[in-house]
Design a binder for this molecule. Sequence first.
Ligand code: PEP
Length: 258
Amino acid sequence: MRSYLIAGNWKMHTTPADAKTLASAIAEKQMFLKPPHSVQTLICPPYTSIGAALEAVAGKGILVGAQDCHSEAKGAFTGEIAPNMVKACGCSHVILGHSERRQYFGETNSLLNQKIRAVLNEGLVPIYCVGETLLERKQEQTIAVVRSQLVDGLKDVVLQSASKLVIAYEPVWAIGTGLAATSDQAQEVHAAIRGFLKEIFGAVGEQILILYGGSLKPENAEELLAKPDVNGGLIGGAALQADSFAAIIAAACKLAVS
Ligand code: PEP
């Protein structure tokens, strides 16, 4: 049976009350889908809505994660949140290196390396995002860019098992634009990522989940998720509606048991 992780990145959307409504609606729809154990669902609300989301999905088989965190355990870092704080809230995953963090907040591979190691030390699962800009794709730099994001971001990372790390391939030109990568484009990069993960981690690299992100929606979910190295999705816009998020979960459920 194939394993999938379907993760929603809620970005800077939802007050706690909105999060409760959305998380409850997703949980209700998921109840009818009855996903097999190999299909996991994760929602990543803003920090201030994590508590409300956790309450809404308690006992309903939906994981909750954060969208970022700091690399230090504590200190004078006004406005920041430490990995142990995210863990103590009840989160299981942390998205790191989303292209919006790289683009608007200047996050570099070396900073992300520190964050990844801090998150792993806390027993949280980092979802490390990589992906090329449109210019880099046009210049045929996609594989080189993704390689350096992986090699630099995962430097000195020691993994106990494949389940401790998730990679998300998110071509920057596809995020929030409605222009998803084709399933062949996605598979080509996912296969390259798989190869780099094996170079870095050996046999463990074979089992690490690689999510696709970038305008993933109900209409293209099945085709993208059917590709052999696409192990799930990191979803922005379509994760903000219970119907569309559930339809993507349903596509994963169908493929997992087929
Ligand atoms: C994202 O923000 O990670 C993302 C993939 O967004 P969207 O699905 O809206 O393209």
